[in-house]
Design a protein around this ligand. Structure first.
Ligand code: OGA
Ligand code: ZN
Ligand code: ZN
Length: 362
């Protein structure tokens, strides 16, 4: 196949991507012009292929650009936040019995381990760091190892243990069914960390469910239900003595191309949907169908956190759960929120080193 020629490509797109020092600041690579400053109808006057790059002279202004021949035909990278960039696991068995896990020491010391864990959060939605010292505030260190902590009304970090005056069922001993955290917050925290300090109680086992996989199944098997959930914003609310939070979002978020990019599911904080009856009925049919899928036992990966285990997971995709535990038993986790953008940035920078690149990982 002959190489794609510049004149075959959308001219404004090509001109907008000129990399010359007049068009882009050489220090930062950032663009120096506005789109409306370009000629309205630029066209390629001459194009010459030399040493793997196209030299283009533009009409009407005689501007000169240079484009790598391979760059011209590069495929678009999938948006890291959508289902297209993920390895979905519709059942726990689909993970093949292997958890993405490593020790805190290996994670800190070896780039390859760190890339593996951060990439597992990107692809699978979670990773498990073992032997993270079971000390107060160590969860903040874990978040700082790849990004930034998101402070909320629960604090910079929060303790998950039985409280006398809980403002959330998480801070009791009852069972917590699969949910995403803080759907009443906008923007929602995109990552959650849970670090186990003590788990001596009977019960208190953990569970994870892939919400994107369930949403994809819903789309396949019950397209009307899927459509109702993507088009109906529902109020999520949280209220205590000093806080009142509210966000309106659909249970399944899709990007402008229709690709799944967010799941919010939390029966504790779903508020009252006040819409015309037909809309409410369509929503409830979809909500029930989605709940039935999400709560199927085979979808849930079950494991138990031991002291030192720190779970890092994508709160826009995975649902997390825990079983009830004996009221007298000692169980104490510390949690905090963080964001995927910081994690994905750390991963991308680590991958600039050739030995950590995508190719090396395969
Ligand atoms: C939470 C939560 C799970 C657990 O704090 O958000 O869901 O294992 N906790 O206690
Ligand atoms: Zn230029
Ligand atoms: Zn939770």
């Amino acid at each position: 196949m002959p190489p794609t020629e510049p004149a075959e490509l959308p001219a404004l797109w090509l001109r907008d991507n000129c990399g010359c020092p007049e068009c882009r600041d050489p220090r930062t690579g950032q663009k120096l012009f506005q789109v409306n400053e370009l000629p309205e109808k630029p066209s390629v006057e001459t194009a010459e292929l030399t040493a793997g790059a196209w030299e283009v002279v533009w009409a009407p202004d005689g501007h000169r650009s240079r484009y790598g021949a391979e760059w011209l035909t590069e495929a678009a990278a999938p948006d890291d936040r959508t289902e297209d960039a993920k390895d979905l696991w519709p059942t726990a068995d689909a993970l093949g019995g292997r958890l993405p896990e490593t020790t805190w020491a290996a994670y800190l010391e070896q780039d390859g381990e760190r890339v593996g864990m951060l990439d597992a959060v990107r692809r699978l939605g979670f990773c498990l760091l073992r032997e993270v010292p079971p000390h107060q505030d160590q969860v903040l260190e874990a978040a700082h190892s790849f990004g930034y902590v998101r402070e909320t009304n629960y604090g910079l970090r929060f303790g998950v243990r039985v409280e006398d005056e809980p403002n959330n069922l998480a801070f009791t001993n009852v069972r917590i069914t699969p949910h995403t955290d803080n759907p009443y917050r906008d923007p929602v925290p995109t990552l959650q960390l849970l670090h186990c300090l003590v788990n001596d109680a009977e019960g208190g086992d953990s569970g994870l469910v892939d919400g994107f996989a369930a949403a994809a199944t819903l789309r396949e098997e019950q397209p009307d239900a899927f459509a109702a959930l993507t088009r109906t914003p529902v109020p999520f609310v949280f209220r205590d003595a000093v806080t009142e939070l509210r966000a309106e979002r659909p249970l399944i978020g899709v990007d402008p191309r229709g690709r799944i990019n967010e799941v919010r599911f939390n029966n504790r904080s779903l508020g009252t949907l006040r819409r015309p009856a037909d809309e409410v009925e369509a929503f409830y049919a979809g909500y029930r169908a989605f709940a039935e899928l999400l709560l199927r036992p085979e979808r849930q990966l079950e494991f138990r956190l031991s002291p030192g285990d720190c779970l890092v997971f994508d709160n826009t995709r995975l649902l997390h759960a825990r079983t009830a535990f004996a009221r007298g038993g000692a169980r104490h986790l510390q949690g905090c929120y963080a964001d995927l953008d910081g994690l994905l940035s750390t991963l991308a920078v680590l991958r600039r080193r050739p030995e950590n690149s995508m190719e090396a990982a395969r």
